[in-house]
Each structure stands twice: as structure tokens, then as C-alpha cells.
Design a protein around this ligand. Structure first.
Ligand code: HEC
Length: 316
């Protein structure tokens, strides 16, 4: 009987621990199973690709094996004019996002529609595929689902890329890798709260906006503004190009670091970027020795800067 208190104490601890784990881990899991994906959640995962963090496809976070987001107004199969459509192009060998690999996470109705109408089960990542987001009416309720346009319309990845013009191609998936790798989330959130945030940064997301995204990059700390809807308040590429090359060009006292190294060696015209010369001219500008700052080079199509800007502008 000498250790009776320990026995009771251990049981009480076990009960308290068990209950709290049930509430923290199990109860949210029961809810998650019932969450149906929204159309935003579908667009999000299709534009990002399988993962946006460390993975064996892309161990050094260079944005490899990612889909391209394109806007097309011509049918890649027949060449005839169609209504402007956003398509997600996965060339052969590009891993599919979680909603295609495990449709069960889309929630019941979007899963059923994606499988029956959308034929996502026929998609084969060794051959590549093109996906679009569609809506179906289910007794007055609108259900978003994924359509595998390669199976339903014969849209092949290469043909789709060739009907999309360069300015209608966004490297959003690669850009998200840059966002994660460069640690933008140390200073920016991607999650407005249910508070006055509404007035500044726009509406908070819904739970179903994230089914299939991995990882999310909500961030936890703000030294700069929330970026969830930044593309809606500022969609100027010129501004983004200047701001990422050197934030002080547009915000004189910005504490945001420069990301000029994401431009790489050459600009869009193939000219070698002379960073030293640029800096020298910039210093003259800061010292009031010239009126205009030096011109910022336009990033090349395959540069990391281009992908990052595509990702940011696509945050609507
Ligand atoms: C040290 C903190 C810090 C880091 C790291 C940082 N930022 Fe910023 N960012 C700021 C601050 C502060 C502002 C507001 C002042 C300004 O515009 O420069 C800002 C502004 C912005 C804006 C304009 C926001 C608006 O509302 O118009 C964008 C877009 C942006 N940052 C994107 C990024 C991206 C992408 C990265 C990662 C490559 C990044 N930032 C990294 C601090 C940071």
C-alpha cells in the first residue's frame, strides 16, 4: 500500500494524457476526412505539383520536376479556338499532386466526380498528363473536380505547351520551392486571420483550400505583410522585378533582403549580368550622384527569379 499514490497518480496521468491526445490528434482527423476540397484547393495543388519542400525528386530545392501553369485559348488536340482555360501541364516523369495519387483526400463528391467524369485514375506520370479544374452540378450544389484532359480530350503535355504563349506560362510550382527555400515565410505569412486582417489582407482561406497541398507555407511571424492575396493588390511584374532585385529601389527603408542572386548569370536577352557594375551605379544613386537608379535586368525564362515572381503574382 505504500505506493498507492503512485498507482493513482499514474492512472490519472494516463487518463489526462489519453484524453488530450484524443482531442488533439484524433478529433481533428475525424473532421478532416469529411472536408471536401474547394476549387481553390484543386488549383493550388495542381499548380504546385507533388511536394513543395525537401523530396527525393528535388533534394537541393531547385524547383525540379514541377508542372507549368498555362492559360490557353486553343485546343491543343484539334487547334480550334476555345474559351480561355487554365491548364496544368505535367511533362512525362513529373510526379502528380496528392489529390491525383490519393483521390480519397479530395473528399467524397470531388473524388467521385474526378474519377468518373475526370478520369484521373487513367493518368500515368511516366507518360505525363494535362489537368484542368471543372465544375459539375450535383442537385443545385456546385462540385469542383479535376479533369485529366489527356484522357478525356487527348491534350498531350508538349502540344499544350506549344499552344500557350510565353507570357501565358507561369512556373508556379518551381516558384513555391523558391519561396520555401529562401525562407520568405520567416517574414511573410500566407494566412490572414479571422480578425481585422480581413481589411488589410483579404479573406482568410477555407479548410478545403489545402487538401492535397504539401507542405503548406503558412508562416507564423510577420515582419512584412501577409501575401495570400498579394497578386490581387499588386500584379505589376515591373514592380516585382525591381522589388526582388533590391527592395530599396521601391521602398527606401525596406528591411527585406535582396534576392538578385536568383537572376543567375544571364538576363532574358542572354547578356551576362554585371552585378559589380550595377552595385557601383546603385551606390552612386544612393549618394545622390545620379538621378536614376541603374536599370534592373529582366530575369531569364528559366531563372529562379522568374519562377518566384510567377508564384507571387499568382497569389490572388
Ligand atoms: C527580413 C524579412 C523579409 C524577408 C526574409 C522577406 N520579406 Fe518580403 N517584405 C518584407 C517587408 C518588411 C515588406 C514591406 C516593405 C517592402 O515592400 O519592402 C515586404 C514586402 C514584400 C512584398 C510586397 C507586399 C505587398 O503587400 O505589396 C512582397 C511581394 C514580398 N515582400 C515577397 C517576399 C518574398 C517572395 C520573399 C522571399 C524570397 C520575401 N518577401 C522575403 C520583409 C521580408
Amino acid at each position: 500500500m505504500a505506493f498507492r499514490e503512485y498507482t493513482i497518480g499514474t492512472r490519472m496521468f494516463g487518463l489526462a494524457f489519453g484524453t488530450s491526445m484524443f482531442i488533439t490528434l484524433y478529433m481533428p482527423a475525424m473532421d478532416m476526412r469529411d472536408v471536401a476540397v474547394t476549387d481553390i484547393g484543386l488549383h493550388r495543388q495542381l499548380s504546385f505539383g507533388r511536394v513543395g519542400g525537401f523530396s527525393y525528386e528535388d533534394p537541393w530545392l531547385q524547383g525540379k520536376a514541377k508542372p507549368a501553369t498555362v492559360m490557353i485559348d486553343k485546343d491543343p488536340g484539334t487547334g480550334s479556338t476555345i474559351e480561355a482555360t487554365t491548364a496544368y501541364v505535367y511533362p512525362a516523369g513529373t510526379p502528380f499532386p496528392n489529390g491525383i495519387r490519393h483521390p480519397v483526400i479530395l473528399g467524397e463528391k470531388p473524388r467521385l466526380m474526378s474519377e468518373s467524369l475526370g478520369k484521373v485514375g487513367l493518368a500515368d506520370d511516366t507518360k505525363g498528363a494535362v489537368f484542368i479544374v471543372r465544375e459539375a452540378d450535383d442537385g443545385g450544389e456546385t462540385i469542383p473536380y479535376i479533369e485529366n484532359a489527356t484522357a478525356t480530350r487527348g491534350w498531350m503535355p508538349e502540344a499544350t505547351m506549344s499552344v500557350a504563349s510565353e507570357e501565358n506560362t507561369l512556373y508556379v510550382g518551381k516558384g513555391k520551392i523558391m519561396f520555401v527555400r529562401e525562407g520568405c515565410w520567416w517574414c511573410h505569412t500566407l494566412l490572414p486571420e479571422q480578425t481585422q486582417d480581413w481589411q488589410y489582407f483579404g479573406a482568410p482561406p477555407m479548410l478545403g483550400d489545402f487538401n492535397g497541398e504539401n507542405p503548406t507555407a503558412f508562416g507564423s511571424d510577420r515582419k512584412g505583410p501577409d501575401l495570400t492575396h498579394v497578386g490581387s493588390r499588386n500584379s505589376s511584374r515591373e514592380w516585382m522585378v525591381m522589388h526582388f532585385f533590391n527592395p530599396r529601389l521601391v521602398q527606401p527603408y525596406s528591411i527585406m533582403p535582396r534576392y538578385d542572386y536568383l537572376w543567375g548569370e544571364k538576363d532574358i536577352n542572354g547578356n551576362v549580368i554585371d552585378y559589380d557594375a550595377w552595385r557601383e551605379e546603385y551606390n552612386q544613386y544612393v549618394a545622390n550622384e545620379r538621378i536614376y537608379p541603374p536599370e534592373v535586368p529582366i530575369p531569364a525564362g528559366d531563372s529562379e527569379a522568374r519562377a518566384l515572381i510567377d508564384f507571387v503574382i499568382n497569389l490572388k
